[in-house]
Every structure is written in structure tokens, then in C-alpha cells.
Design a protein around this ligand. Structure first.
Ligand code: SF4
Length: 696
């Protein structure tokens, strides 16, 4: 019988999908969620939501949910059901057993940007205080790790400098490697509104996205660069700014390290970055580069927004540094309407970055190798901590293949599907002796796990998320956890079973502990969030209700000055060749979220039933491929089949697909090349060939 529409109860919580972090009102009746509505008071969405958020609930009670803990002695055996106590004891014994056989550093943990801040904090604590090592990483490794590195290096903070509404004071909006109209739709609408009001939109992206061109929003300049040439093009933009004297010398002299500016100025002045040289190499009209550079520098307020099209490259960190350099040189930081702003793909990527799910830093980005910092965590947690940085996620897989890394706790992640070079990841998973996975559903990774613990969705737990504008909002439990425990409770039980005694009354108490050890979060509590709704970090004694715009007077570096990083262009080795003549790049679509795990189990499943390959008509016809025909896509690393669709959004030589369906096996194509600084995979450029599937 259809459920009546009149709700009995409403709970305000946060959308668990993209980094906009819209506040939504979940309405329930008879103990079930019947509707999600945008919450009018939401500070990041002001009463709006997108088609993803509108249906962001059906997945929670999908028949596929794991509702009982499952265990097995070997991955070749069938699962057997277990009680929570039995499964936790089994997991603890399995992980400790690996350590006894292979050493303290032979296991590690991975957390997820779909988890709350409290769960992410506890998972790093599990690794450091209980496993006794720093082998902790998170899924931002494969998306925005270059943001932390590149922005910290230049402007001192790996986070958005602005709040979303700041865009309404921007005169020029530069979007690089992002498609907010589809990836971050509520923010995308705000961006379009500002463009309709008269702001100039500049876009650097290989594809003519919805953001570039839609009925009510047109980019003034679109640089459809060849995939892999971001740094070349951004240096060329800098070349114009420097050689034409468009930078703001007063800002640079007052707020930045002048000698570093001069070194950077010398680098980008090199004739190889002149638009007439760099443009053709990147497939661009030199004059378009000049126009974009002049418009950005002219402002008066120019704001940068960027996404994975910048970070997921072998020079991902360099690309982020280029953006930091540009903003500093042109004085586009430290007030409303300007800034450098990463658009985070998942709801809590920023929280994942802030709260210590990295092998080299504790929560608050403080180094594990710093004795003073380490002592504060040792005092807080009551154990001695390992001073050596741990393994990054790709290095864990490498070590597993090599035999030195043998066990893992994975919280809410599916690395077999999501991580690059799938065959390598599978080899690593097979080589491990004991894997504990906590997730909502069985997935590709669960095939290689020994324990599968039921996860709880964001609708079943309490905690906080930090969105892409640094806004910390309350995640509120709407319905009880299907399997009886919230994720943070499971982590605490595992800690206890492994011999580390700790208890928390509720998630609010976890927040208080993490706030006591994380300076930028020091003023946060559930009580504060009840009172003010949400707050952007830093939330501390100086800013008890949060901070909308960063870097007003100084940059959070030791001397308070911004600095310029040298960003020489090193072409990726992933180049087109006679055998693989096309360059594949990837992105998102409006109606689906990431791997589709949740959206494909909601009403969104009616849209976008499969990933398709966009190909220019010229490239398709040259290969005898008809519009809508199934094709074989092959790279040096693997192959898969997709439906080819003629598209004017990609230039000849470039093909494009989305990654919302596991069956598409897009990551079977991608290489294990990664960013030089952070190991973020080079997802955004893969040399491929596309051929008709031979008739049976
Ligand atoms: Fe908002 Fe993003 Fe959720 Fe859409 S997917 S409702 S834009 S948070």
C-alpha cells in the first residue's frame, strides 16, 4: 500500500552526496523516510537541492543492505552470519594475528569521505593508538590530496578560502577542471546566477561541459585544452600576466615572499610558456589564452573554482600550486568575491582531510614526526605513538603485492572499484591475509574480505560533515541503524576488542575530543551547532561562530606570507601513440553520484542507465563506428566495452565517459601513474583506442 504523504516527523540533516553539503529535511512516517526536502535555513543551499539530494534516501533500506555481520576464514569460502560480538572478536583476532606474524606495521586502515568527522577521527585513532602505526589513509588520496599539498604550500591552508555566497561578489569566475552544473549542482546554480547578473565566466576544461554552455549561461572564454596540459596552460596564463605587467605588485610586496615571486616570475617568463608556443602544444588558440589571462587579472574581483580535472594528474599538486600562484600574483585573496576554492566531490572530503586520515599528519594537519605535536596526542590518547609516517593507500597496495603488508580495516570504501589499475588492486587484496570491510552493501572489495561489518548510512547516525566551504554541519540520525550500530560505535568496539579501552557516550563526545586536539575545530560542539546551525572553520576563541573568508590579513604560514611555488611543466608520460591515439578523460553527470552505489538504489536509477563514451563524429566515422554502437575501449592497462555516442562536447582526439556504473570498468583502463607529490592517480588522462566490437 503506498505510504501516506503526511509526515509524522522531520529531521534536519545534511545531504550525504557532494561537497555542497545541502541541509535537507528528512520526513518520516511509520518509521520510514518518505521524503527529502531542501531546508530553507541551510546556509550552503538556502532552500535548494538538486535531483540527487531530492531522492537521497531510498537507498538506505534497499534489500541489498548488509544487515548482519558476516565472517569467513578464507575468501574462497562462503560467508557465515555472526553476531556483532562474534564478528568484532573475529576481526580483532584476525588483525592482531597478522601483526603477530608480520609486525606492527603490517596492517593499516582506510577511511572514507562518506563518513562523519567523528568516524574519520576515530579511524585514524584506531590506526595510530591501537594498531600502533601511521598506516592510515582516506579516499581523498585519489581525488583531492593535491589540494592539501598545493594550497598549503602556497597560501598555507588546503581548503577553500571563501564561503559559497562569496561568488555573488565576483566579477570574474574562473572554473578549472570542474563542472559544477552537474557535479555540484546547487553551487552551479549560484554560479550561473552570478553570470546572469553580469560576471564573466572563464573555463579551462577539455570538454564543453554544461557549465561552459547552457541556455542561460555561456562562458566568455573556454580553453578546451588537450588532457594533461593544465600546468602548461596555467603557466602560459601566468606568462601573460607577468610579461604584460598585470600582477598586483603592492599586494605581492605586502602579503607575499617577494624573492619567491621573482623566482616564479622568471620561470613563467620563459618563452616556452608564451601563448604562441604553449597554445598549439595544448591545442589552443594563443589569443584565447591571452584574453583569459587579461580578464582574470583585471578582476577587480576574480574567483577560482576547481575540481578533479586539476588534481587527478601526474602534476596534480603542481596544477593546484599554479592556481595558488595566480591568485597571489593578482591579489585575488583575502576579501569577498575572490579566492581559490576546491570543489569537493564527496560530502566530507574536507573533513577527511582535516581529521588526520593521512599517514603523515594527525588531525589539524600536524606532523606525526613533530615531537611536540605527537606528545599532545600521546597525552590525549594515553599511548605512545609511532613517530614514522605510515603508508599511503597506493603504497599499501604495492606493499601487499610485495608481501610486506598483510591486513586492512576499510571503512566505507570500495578500492577495488574506485582505485586505479584495478588488476593491481585485486592482486594486492588477494595477497592480504586478513581484510575487514565495513560497508552498506557487498561490493567489489567485499569479494576479498574476511569480515564484512554492516555500515550505517548518513541517515542512521549522528555526527558532523565539513563541506567544500569548510562548513561544519550536523548530521542527525533520522532512522535507527538497520544493523543496530552506528559506524563510530563499531570502531570503538573494535578498539576495545583489540585491547584499547575507550568509551564515548555519543558522537557529540567524540566531537568534543577531536575538537580538543584539532585547533581549527576547537570551538565546535553539538551545542554550538544547535545554536548557530552550522559554522565554517576555524571555529575557535577568536572566531567562536566560525570564519567565512580566510587570509584576510595573513596567510597561515610561519611568517604569515603567501609564497610562490615553481611550477615547471613536465608532460605526462601517458601520451597518445599510434596504437592508442585518443585521450580519454572522465567526469560526472547530474543525476548520479560517484560509483552509483547509492543513487542507483534510489529514484535516480531511472536516469542515466549506463556510462557511455562520448566521441567526436570525426573520430567515430574514421573508425566506422555508428552512433549508439557498442565499442571496445583499450588502453595499455586493460580494456572494457561502452556504448559510443557522437558528441560535440569533445574535440577530435579526445573521448570522455562517466564512472557511475561498476559494470563499465572504467578503472580497468586507467594507469597507476600518479601525482608526484601525493600519489593521487592520473585518472584524467589515459591514452586509448576505440574500435567497433566485432560482430559475433
Ligand atoms: Fe546539494 Fe550536492 Fe546533495 Fe545536490 S548532491 S542536494 S548539490 S549536496
Amino acid at each position: 500500500m503506498p505510504l501516506p504523504l503526511q509526515p509524522e516527523r522531520s529531521v534536519v540533516t545534511v545531504c550525504a552526496y557532494c561537497g555542497v553539503g545541502c541541509a535537507l529535511e528528512a520526513q518520516t512516517r511509520a518509521g520510514r523516510i518518505v521524503r527529502m526536502l531542501p531546508w530553507k535555513e541551510g546556509k550552503s543551499n538556502h532552500g535548494h537541492s538538486c535531483v540527487k539530494g531530492r531522492f537521497a534516501y531510498n537507498y538506505y533500506n534497499d534489500p541489498d543492505r548488509v544487515r548482519t555481520p558476516l565472517i569467513r576464514d578464507s575468501i574462497d569460502e562462503p560467508w557465515r552470519e555472526a553476531s556483532w560480538d562474534e564478528a568484532i572478536a573475529f576481526a580483532a583476532a584476525g588483525l592482531r594475528g597478522v601483526q603477530q606474524r608480520h609486525g606492527v606495521r603490517s596492517i593499516g586502515a582506510v577511511s572514507s569521505s562518506r563518513c562523519t568527522n567523528e568516524e574519520i577521527y576515530l579511524t585514524q585513532k584506531l590506526a595510530r593508538a591501537v594498531f600502533g602505526n601511521n598506516n592510515i589513509d582516506n579516499c581523498a588520496r585519489i581525488c583531492h590530496s593535491p589540494t592539501q599539498f598545493g594550497l598549503s604550500a602556497t597560501i598555507g591552508a588546503g581548503a577553500a578560502s571563501q564561503h559559497f555566497d562569496s561568488i555573488l561578489q565576483a566579477d570574474v569566475i574562473l572554473v578549472v577542471g570542474a563542472n559544477p552544473t552537474e557535479g555540484h549542482p546547487v553551487f552551479g546554480s549560484l554560479l550561473k546566477r552570478r553570470v546572469r547578473q553580469g560576471a564573466t565566466l572563464l573555463v579551462i576544461d577539455p570538454r564543453r561541459t554544461e557549465t561552459v554552455s547552457s541556455p542561460h549561461c555561456q562562458a566568455t572564454v573556454h580553453l578546451a585544452l588537450r588532457p594533461g596540459t593544465n600546468v602548461l596552460v596555467l603557466n602560459s596564463v601566468a606568462h601573460v600576466i607577468v610579461t604584460e605587467g598585470l600582477y598586483r605588485e603592492a599586494f605581492v610586496r605586502e602579503r607575499c615572499e617577494w624573492p619567491e615571486f621573482e623566482r616564479w616570475q622568471a620561470l613563467v617568463s620563459d618563452p616556452r610558456y608564451a601563448p604562441e608556443v604553449a597554445g598549439p602544444e595544448a591545442g589552443l588558440d594563443p589569443e584565447a589564452i591571452r584574453t583569459l589571462a587579461r580578464r582574470y587579472a583585471a578582476g577587480p574581483n576574480s574567483a577560482i573554482y576547481y575540481g578533479l580535472g586539476v588534481t587527478e594528474h601526474s602534476q596534480g599538486s603542481t596544477g593546484v600550486m599554479c592556481l595558488g600562484n595566480l591568485a597571489l600574483a593578482c591579489g585575488m585573496l583575502g576579501r569577498e568575491g575572490v579566492g581559490v576554492n576546491p570543489l569537493r566531490g564527496q560530502g566530507n572530503v574536507q573533513g577527511g582531510s582535516c581529521l588526520g586520515s593521512w599517514p603523515h599528519v594527525y588531525s589539524g594537519y600536524r606532523f606525526v614526526s613533530d615531537p611536540e605535536v605527537r606528545a599532545s596526542f600521546e597525552a590525549g590518547w594515553g599511548v605512545a605513538l609511532d613517530p614514522e609516517p605510515g603508508l599511503r593507500l597506493p603504497n599499501m597496495f604495492d606493499a601487499a603485492v610485495g608481501g610486506d603488508f598483510r591486513g586492512m580495516f576499510i571503512m566505507g570504501e570500495d578500492p577495488v572499484q574506485s582505485d586505479p589499475n584495478q588488476n593491481h588492486v585485486i592482486a594486492a587484496m588477494r595477497n592480504m591475509e586478513f581484510v575487514v570491510l565495513q560497508d552498506l552493501y557487498r561490493n567489489e572489495t567485499s569479494k576479498y574480505a574476511h569480515v564484512l561489518l554492516p555500515g550505517s548510512s548518513a541517515l542512521e547516525k549522528d555526527g558532523t560533515f565539513t563541506n567544500a566551504e569548510r562548513r561544519v554541519s550536523r548530521v542527525r540520525q533520522v532512522v535507527p541503524p538497520l544493523a543496530g550500530l552506528q559506524d563510530w560505535e563499531v570502531v570503538v568496539r573494535l578498539m576495545n576488542a583489540m585491547g584499547y579501552a575507550t568509551q564515548y557516550r555519543d558522537a557529540g563526545e567524540v566531537l568534543l575530543e577531536l575538537a580538543s586536539l584539532t585547533p581549527a575545530y576547537s570551538g565546535l560542539s553539538f551545542e554550538l551547532l544547535e545554536r548557530v546551525g552550522s559554522a565554517q572553520w576555524p571555529v575557535d576563541a577568536k572566531a567562536p561562530e566560525g570564519t567565512e573568508v580566510l587570509h584576510l590579513e595573513r596567510f597561515p604560514r610561519a611568517n604569515g606570507l603567501g609564497t610562490f611555488m615553481l611550477t615547471g611543466y613536465v608532460p605526462t608520460t601517458e601520451r597518445s601513440s599510434e596504437r592508442y591515439p585518443l585521450l580519454l578523460t572522465t567526469g560526472r553527470i547530474l543525476t548520479q553520484y560517484n560509483a552509483g552505489t547509492q543513487t542507483r538504489r534510489s529514484a535516480n536509477s531511472q536516469w542515466h542507465p549506463e556510462d557511455v563514451l562520448e566521441i567526436s563524429a570525426a573520430d567515430a566515422i574514421a573508425r566506422g563506428i555508428r552512433d549508439g554502437e557498442q565499442v571496445q575501449v583499450s588502453s595499455r592497462f586493460g580494456s572494457t566495452q561502452l556504448k559510443a555516442v557522437y558528441s560535440q562536447r569533445v574535440n577530435p582526439g579526445v573521448v570522455y565517459t562517466t564512472f557511475h556504473h561498476a559494470e563499465s570498468r572504467v578503472n580497468a583502463l586507467t594507469s597507476d601513474r600518479s601525482d608526484w607529490a601525493t600519489n593521487c592517480p592520473e585518472y584524467k588522462v589515459t591514452a586509448v583506442e576505440v574500435l567497433r566490437v566485432a560482430a559475433p
